[in-house]
Design a protein around this ligand. Structure first.
Ligand SMILES: CC[C@H](O)CC(=O)C(=O)O
Ligand SMILES: [Mn+2]
Length: 337
């Protein structure tokens, strides 16, 4: 049976869905409970990673170092992970997170830009951290390119490399071919991170596991960007039915989802018209709230904005383009009237 290790991302990917408003009390309560449920890894950072609290990405209510520290303080089993996007987070941020107890870091780049991860991966390994390469927007590159980029991350020292379906746009066969290729070309672990915008997060995750992925992300109660990620407690149950023991306590996870996480959701995690459009158009899940706000401000259809962003292949770091696109659309609409 495969040795599946789950990383719970609600305290990082879920930060997008709650506008980066986590408090120390919420993080403490959730991390303590996830630790008791024996989740191997818990990721805690601003949704856009270390240093993400800016006007461009959204200001955090609480300094993320305080949130990371709060999680570290209550986790004697789970390892606390942080996310770092080179260019948003710095080596200094990484060292600070390590100093307060983060044990794993995931260095995230656009799928074709793995070369910018070198110094961050090298530094993380020097610090003794478990180090993951996180290839975002994996649907935007053909399999050969993905393999080339994953090999680069591995050559810098990454222990694992993830296929990240940031837009929730991949179909099961596309996940299978990507994971299969990485499993045959890499020496380390292969991981998969899904978004549920096309209702495929669970199916895609199972396809990834079938092809050999052993590092899998989930978010409890689906608390992640867009329509959320693979729902962790559901995944634990499904894997148990398949005879795969994740070591995670299912009943405890159900209780955390029901009694701790659900009450803090601004609205239930479901596939809304805009969430669906993210997957359909292949747009970053973290763009959802930015596009909805721009749609309101410029009185245009949020779906039109997302479709246009998909056509222009706008990627993480270009959040300002969401406003530009909405403003252009409003101008065009005015000219037509
Ligand atoms: C902007 C960072 C992003 O949320 C990382 C991630 O989880 C993804 O690409 O899906
Ligand atoms: Mn994500």
């Amino acid at each position: 049976m495969p040795d599946i290790k789950i990383t719970e991302v609600a305290l990082r990917d879920g930060s997008h869905a709650i506008n980066h408003q986590y408090t120390v009390e919420q993080v403490t309560q959730i991390a303590r409970a996830l630790n008791e449920a024996r989740v191997p890894y818990i990721e805690v950072t601003h949704g856009d990673g270390l240093g993400g609290s800016t006007l461009q990405y959204g200001l955090s209510k609480t300094d993320e170092l305080k949130l990371i520290e709060a999680a570290v303080n209550v986790a004697d089993f789970s390892k606390i992970s942080v996310l770092l996007l080179p260019g948003i987070g710095t080596i200094k941020d990484l060292k600070e997170a390590h100093k307060i107890g983060a044990k794993m870091v995931r260095i995230a780049t656009h799928v074709t830009e793995a070369d910018v991860s070198k110094q961050h991966i090298v530094t993380a390994k020097e610090l003794g951290m478990e180090t993951v390469g996180f290839l975002m927007m994996s649907h935007m590159a053909p399999v050969e390119k993905l393999v080339e980029q994953a090999k680069l991350m591995e050559s810098y020292g990454a222990d694992s490399v993830y296929v990240v379906d940031s837009a929730g746009a991949l179909l099961p066969n596309q996940v299978s071919e990507r994971i299969k290729a990485l499993c045959s070309e890499l020496n380390g672990n292969v991981g998969f991170h899904a978004h549920n915008n096309l209702s495929l997060a669970m199916g895609n995750t199972l396809a990834a596991i079938e092809q050999g992925a052993t590092r899998i992300d989930g978010s409890i109660r689906c608390l992640g960007a867009g329509a959320g990620n693979t729902q962790t407690e559901v995944l634990v149950a499904v894997l148990e039915k398949m005879g795969i023991d994740t070591g995670i306590d299912l009943y405890k996870m159900m209780d955390i989802a029901e009694y701790i996480v659900a009450p803090i959701l601004p609205k239930p995690q479901e596939i809304t018209k805009d969430g669906l459009t993210l997957g359909y158009a292949g747009v970053y899940s973290s763009f959802l709230l930015h596009a909805e706000r721009a749609a309101k401000r410029f009185n245009v259809d949020s779906r039109d904005i997302l479709i246009e962003l998909g056509k222009r292949e706008i990627v993480g770091g270009q959040e300002d383009m969401i406003i530009d696109v909405a403003a252009e659309m409003a101008k065009k609409n005015k000219a037509v009237v």
